[in-house]
Write a protein that binds this ligand. Structure first.
Ligand SMILES: Nc1ncnc2c1ncn2[C@@H]1O[C@H](COP(=O)(O)OP(=O)(O)OP(=O)(O)O)[C@@H](O)[C@H]1O
Ligand SMILES: [Mg+2]
Length: 278
């Protein structure tokens, strides 16, 4: 279970002198166990949309439903992974993975251990179980963060540029790792990325958002076979999809940019200055 329904959602931030409309009339349905990626220009509202589904923000109008019930706040049914991982620096890898799990009711120590063991194996971190986050590479930290979210077995994974801080090679390894996890134990995934290759490689459907305010611009069905393989990225079908998505994203991003020498559109100034803080 993990269907998401975003209905006529708008989100306005009141920030003193200027109000920012981050999202306007967004409608989005995500099926149970569907893998959806979200792309769009910086500041178009991708994180805001994810935060609304996660329950960290509330819509200004419209509603967000998960499995048919309105989202009232964060919950263990939705695991969230950010670009910068939220691990406890003073805990070891295995303690970090076990932490959320042992907080949940009805989980005795005997129950926690096998789950943690399985995740340490799955994420290739078994040999690093006693290390602390500062002693890990970026990719290992991100794997530990994903493992600690998977430990509570959420039906939905919400991922905001989860591999954005990694080098290209580690990133592509992490993409395959995520796909492998998802193939083995399907969950509903909404993953935000700036990397169009990544968006297509992972997704059943890639959603493109308009620049400002954020609306759903287009949803592209990614009809590439599964399981996905790295080599598919050089296939004609992949390249066609990538070019198509790139063209739409670029056109959307350029709508928000003034030609060189021309004054920037006043509507754009607050959004650009504020999105730089994200
Ligand atoms: N807490 C907040 N208070 C005020 N404005 C906000 C807040 N969060 C987001 N915004 C504004 O809402 C708009 C959308 O921001 P959001 O972070 O969702 O964009 P994004 O698509 O995730 O951008 P990026 O790709 O750069 O991460 C921006 O104009 C941003 O400045
Ligand atoms: Mg963002």
């Amino acid at each position: 279970m993990g269907s998401i329904s975003v209905r006529a959602v708008s989100k306005r931030f009141e920030t003193g002198d200027v109000d920012v409309t981050a999202l306007e009339a967004v409608d989005l349905q995500v099926r149970d166990q569907e893998f959806v990626t979200l792309v769009g220009a910086s500041g178009c509202g991708k994180s805001t949309l994810l935060n609304l589904v996660a329950g960290f923000e509330t819509p200004s109008s419209g509603e967000v439903l998960v499995d048919g019930a309105p989202v009232r706040g964060p919950g263990p049914d939705r695991g969230v992974v950010f670009q910068q991982t939220a691990l406890f620096p003073w805990l070891t890898v295995e303690e970090n993975i076990a932490f959320g799990l042992s907080l949940r009711a009805n989980r005795g120590k005997g129950e926690v251990k096998p789950i943690v063991e399985r995740l340490l194996e799955r994420t290739g971190l078994a040999a690093f179980r006693t290390r602390r986050p500062a002693e890990l590479s970026g990719g290992m930290r991100q794997r530990a963060a994903i493992a600690s979210v998977l430990a509570i077995d959420p039906s939905t994974l919400l991922m905001d540029e989860p591999f954005g801080a990694l080098d290209a090679l580690t990133r592509s390894i992490m993409q395959d790792f995520l796909l492998e996890l998802w193939e083995a134990r399907r969950k509903t995934v909404v993953l935000v990325t700036h990397d169009i290759d990544e968006a297509i490689y992972l997704a059943d459907r890639t959603i493109i958002m308009t620049a400002h305010p954020g609306r759903i611009c287009e949803a592209i069905e990614v009809d590439l076979p599964r399981p996905r393989r790295y080599e598919m990225r050089s296939s004609a079908a992949f390249i066609r999809l990538r070019d198509h998505v790139t063209q739409i994203v670029r056109a959307e991003a350029l709508k928000g940019t003034a030609p060189l020498g021309a004054p920037a559109s006043p509507a754009l100034v607050p959004s650009m200055t504020q999105s730089a803080q994200n």
